[in-house]
Design a protein around this ligand. Structure first.
Ligand code: MG
Length: 350
């Protein structure tokens, strides 16, 4: 399949579906379809290859980063987190991935008539605690209420502004860069799904939901030439790398044996027919660093939670085809191509 044209091109391609499906919110192919064929051309925004977790721009003397995200996770509370923590850390992390120091957030609430006020209070206090922990202030907001049955309890939107400390972007990824992964994969998606479906595993799997800004800050402080970073949310590790490979036109070669997946998550994924490479995380990211900085970067990451299990999982190489692609050497030595998430694996996990 060829990639769509950048905005400003002759004519945007038509959308592939007549109606919105759950997969349009899954972070994979159909989300990309909406973004590239509708939103970017309509808003005359950046070219698809320049899309990142935050928009960066100059305002007066400051370099700012700006991002927004909506949270519709079901259930609202799950092992290791809740919608409030997710709404703060998710937006903080998107600022951090662009090299920005998170600064101010807004919080918009869509509430369902009949929602217990005690539930809203729990979520708000959780957001407040997460904001304090991340050293950001929530300074603007909005509240709307819809009729009973028109939303599932509550949804939250957060937007965030950060001050750029470095320009981390897909365009800075270079041939020869090492691909570092900050920790094991798949905990968040499996934790939410297990809670929602009442599934019991031998071990309770907790979401990895975490603030990643301190990790990026420490890498930059240590002088690591961080080229790009991306958190591994919807669509998981595989989709994030697939997007970056398409954006850069470079190939990424991964080694499955170096990609950590907790035994309990692996077992749950096998039971549920999920591939942990595509399952959402909320406290994991990949970092692209030049070979000379790999040891320094690993040293920094492994000294800071939640990146104690950081490892090198692959390399960036020149593309062999017309566009960038991601290949994975499996544990038994075979090579398979890793594509963007197609369809929807787990709806409403963030
Ligand atoms: Mg992100």
């Amino acid at each position: 399949m060829s990639e769509p044209d950048a905005p400003g091109g002759a004519c945007p391609l038509p959308l592939r579906h007549d109606h919105i499906e759950l997969a349009h919110g899954g972070g994979g192919r159909l989300t990309r379809d909406l973004v590239e064929r509708l939103f970017l051309p309509a808003f005359d925004a950046v070219a698809p290859r320049d899309l990142h977790d935050s928009a960066c721009f100059r305002a007066g003397d400051s370099e700012l980063a700006f991002t927004t995200d909506s949270y519709v996770v079901s259930p609202l509370f799950f092992p290791g987190g809740d919608i409030g923590t997710l709404a703060v850390y998710g937006t903080v992390n998107d600022l951090a991935m662009a090299g920005a120091e998170p600064f101010r957030l807004s919080a918009g609430f869509i509430l369902e008539e009949g929602l217990a006020v005690a539930m809203l209070e729990r979520v708000v206090h959780s957001m407040a605690a997460a904001a304090r922990a991340a050293d950001v202030k929530i300074v603007a907001g909005d509240t709307k209420v819809v009729e009973r049955g028109r939303c599932d309890g509550l949804y939250v939107n957060t937007a965030g502004i950060g001050l750029c400390r470095a320009r981390l972007a897909p365009g800075a990824i270079e041939v020869g860069d090492a691909i570092l992964l900050s920790g094991d994969l798949g905990r968040h998606g499996v934790a939410v799904l297990a809670q929602r479906e009442g599934l019991e595993f031998e071990t309770t799997i907790e979401s990895d939901c975490a603030n990643l800004a301190p990790l990026v800050r420490e890498l930059l402080r240590a002088g690591v030439s961080l080229h790009c970073a991306r958190d591994l949310t919807r669509g998981g590790f595989a989709t994030a790398l697939g997007e970056l490979s398409l954006a850069t036109g470079l190939d990424f070669e991964l080694d499955e044996a170096t990609i950590p997946v907790h035994a309990a998550v692996q077992a749950a994924c096998e039971l549920l027919g999920l591939d942990p490479l595509y399952v959402a995380n909320e406290g994991r990211f990949v970092a692209f660093v030049p070979e000379r900085d790999v040891m320094a970067a690993l040293d920094v990451l492994r000294r800071h939670s939640p990146a104690e299990a950081a490892s090198v999982v692959g390399r960036v190489v020149r593309s062999r085809g017309a566009r960038g692609q991601v290949s994975l050497r499996s544990r038994i030595g075979g090579i398979r191509l890793v594509d963007l998430l197609s369809g929807e694996q787990l709806p409403r996990i963030c």
